[in-house]
Design a protein around this ligand. Structure first.
Ligand code: BMA
Length: 308
C-alpha cells in the first residue's frame, strides 16, 4: 500500500461547516506560517459550488472559518464566468505569492480563474487564464527559464481528455502548449486523465499525482496515479506508473454525492520525506493519507507505461 489512510477519515464533512452546505470535497492545501490551510469546495443546496477555508495545526484536525472563503464574483468579468459556481481549487506558492487556480462555471462553459493571496485574508482575482473547456490547472512551484509553467486538461471531441503543459511570463498570457500525457486504452485511466495536486519537487523529478477515470456499466470510477517529470524540462515525462496508487475502497469513497470517486487537488510534502495527500471521497467528504515520497517516485520508475 503506497498510501496509508488516516484512521479517523473523513477529516472534514458538511457537519463541520458553520454555514449550510451539502458537501466538503476536492480541496487545495498548503502549509503557511506553520499551519495547514485548506481551501475546499462545497456544493450549496442549489447544486452550485463555493469555496471554504479550514485551518489546522497538524494536517488532520481542521477548523472551518465562519464564512465562505470565495463565492462567485458579483462584479467585473469574473461575474459573467462564475455564475454557475467555482470548483476544485489548487494552491501553490511561487516566489512569495500563493496562486489559487479554480474552475469557473457559467453558461459559457468551464474555464480557469487565477486568484492571488499572500495571507489567505485578502484575495485578488487576477485573471481568467483559459477559455472554455478546460479544467484541472496546476501551476509548478518554480519557474523554468523565467517562465511559469502549468499542467491542464482541455476537453476535446477528437482525442481522449489528456494532460497538456503551457508556459507564461506573467501568469496572464499562456502559450507554447503541448500535450504530454494521455489516457491508455483498456487501462484504469482509459476514459480521461487530469492533473491533481500541484507537482512536488523530488531529487529524481517532479512528482505529478493525477486522476484517471474508467467507465463501467455502473458509472465512472475515479482513481489516482503518479507520473514523474524532468526537473529542468517539465514537458518531458520520465515515467508514468502503470498501476493506480489509490482507488475508492472505503464506504465514504464508494458512496456519497457521486459514487466511486477519489479526487485530489492538493498534497503537502513534509521535511521527513513523507507526503500528506488529501482527496475528496465520493465528492462529499475530505480525506487524508500518508505516503513516502521516494516510494511514489519508485512507483513511477519501476513499473512504467508510456505517457503517450
Ligand atoms: C469531475 C469534476 C470533479 C469531480 C469528479 C467526480 O469531472 O467535476 O470535481 O470530483 O468529476 O464527480
Amino acid at each position: 500500500m503506497l498510501i496509508t489512510r488516516y484512521k479517523n477519515n473523513p477529516i472534514l464533512t458538511k457537519d463541520d461547516v458553520p454555514y449550510p452546505v451539502a458537501t466538503v470535497h476536492n480541496a487545495g492545501i498548503v502549509k503557511h506560517d506553520g499551519k495547514y490551510i485548506m481551501i475546499f469546495r462545497s456544493h450549496k443546496m442549489n447544486g452550485r459550488s463555493i469555496l471554504g477555508k479550514a485551518i489546522s495545526d497538524d494536517g488532520f484536525n481542521f477548523t472551518v472559518d465562519k464564512e465562505p472563503f470565495m463565492i462567485p464574483a458579483t462584479d467585473g468579468i469574473f461575474k459573467d464566468y462564475e455564475e454557475y459556481g467555482i470548483e476544485d481549487p489548487r494552491i501553490v506558492l511561487v516566489e512569495g505569492e500563493y496562486l489559487i487556480t479554480y474552475s469557473a462555471y457559467s453558461r459559457y462553459g468551464v474555464r480557469i480563474g487565477l486568484a492571488k493571496t499572500t495571507n489567505f485574508k485578502e484575495i485578488e482575482r487576477f485573471s481568467l487564464i483559459t477559455e472554455a473547456d478546460y479544467r484541472n490547472v496546476v501551476i509548478f512551484p518554480e519557474k523554468f527559464n523565467g517562465l511559469y509553467a502549468r499542467l491542464d486538461r482541455p476537453h476535446s471531441e477528437i482525442s481522449p481528455w489528456a494532460i497538456w503543459i503551457s508556459y507564461s511570463p506573467d501568469l496572464r498570457f499562456w502559450g507554447e502548449s503541448k500535450m504530454i500525457m494521455k489516457p491508455m486504452q483498456y487501462h484504469w485511466d482509459e476514459m480521461k486523465i487530469g492533473p491533481g495536486a500541484p507537482p512536488i519537487k523530488t531529487s529524481r523529478g517532479w512528482l505529478n499525482i493525477y486522476h484517471g477515470v474508467f467507465p463501467t456499466m455502473d458509472g465512472s470510477v475515479y482513481r489516482l496515479g503518479v507520473a514523474l517529470h524532468d526537473l529542468l524540462d517539465p514537458a518531458k515525462i520520465i515515467a508514468v506508473g502503470d498501476d493506480w496508487i489509490l482507488q475508492p475502497d472505503e464506504p465514504y469513497e464508494i458512496t456519497g454525492y457521486v459514487h466511486n470517486v477519489v479526487f485530489t487537488c492538493g498534497a503537502v510534502p513534509e521535511n521527513d520525506g513523507t507526503l500528506k495527500l488529501y482527496w475528496g471521497g465520493a465528492d462529499k467528504v475530505m480525506c487524508v493519507g500518508e505516503a513516502n515520497i521516494e516510494e511514489l517516485v519508485d512507483a513511477c520508475l519501476n513499473n512504467s507505461r508510456n505517457p503517450l
